[in-house]
Design a protein around this ligand. Structure first.
Ligand SMILES: Nc1nc2c([nH]c(=O)n2[C@H]2C[C@H](O)[C@@H](COP(=O)(O)OP(=O)(O)OP(=O)(O)O)O2)c(=O)[nH]1
Length: 139
């Protein structure tokens, strides 16, 4: 089997950098018991059958944070393409500056708002590190 035919599972995850009025970004800590527990990530989740990345984010942001986001408030910024051991992650990253409701940790996850230039002080999944310069440039 050549490298080109080795099968790897492609997992599509939609993620969102929520940006507040001070230009800070929301990170959520992955809970104990999950892979990469303790690392800080952008809210989001796997795109399920029948969903678009935008509808996934609208669902996940409501479930995880209790906020209502409209599709036209989700702006694509960049994406991650990263080979994990068991799957290949393809993760579009959106920016959202406008939502309804107060951000709450509905899944008992720790949340933090951080300035873009301090993002590197939070341990993040390896797929996320290449995304940081795009956020610093934008904000
Ligand atoms: N939401 C999010 N997921 C990320 C980021 N970076 C990164 O590598 N991931 C990975 C972690 C997971 O393997 C996958 C997200 O899927 P998920 O949140 O539905 O998966 P999970 O492991 O928490 O839980 P499960 O649904 O598989 O039980 O993408 C990120 O910044 N945000």
């Amino acid at each position: 089997m050549t490298a080109a035919t080795v099968s790897t599972r492609l997992v599509l995850v939609a993620a969102c950098a929520l940006v507040d009025l001070d230009g800070r970004i929301l990170l959520a800590q992955r809970p104990e018991g999950k892979p990469m527990a303790g690392l800080w990530e952008f809210p989001g989740g796997k795109v399920e059958a029948g969903e678009t990345p935008e509808t996934t984010l609208i669902r996940e942001l409501a479930e995880e944070l209790g906020i209502v986001v409209k599709e036209d408030c989700l702006a694509p910024l960049t994406f991650a393409s990263h080979a994990y051991e068991n799957f290949h992650l393809l993760m579009p990253l959106y920016i959202c500056r406008r939502w309804e409701g107060m951000v709450q940790p509905l899944e008992s996850q720790k949340l933090t708002w951080t300035e873009p230039k301090k993002l590197r002080s939070f341990p993040m999944p390896p797929a996320d590190e290449p995304l940081i310069p795009a956020l610093i440039d934008l904000l």
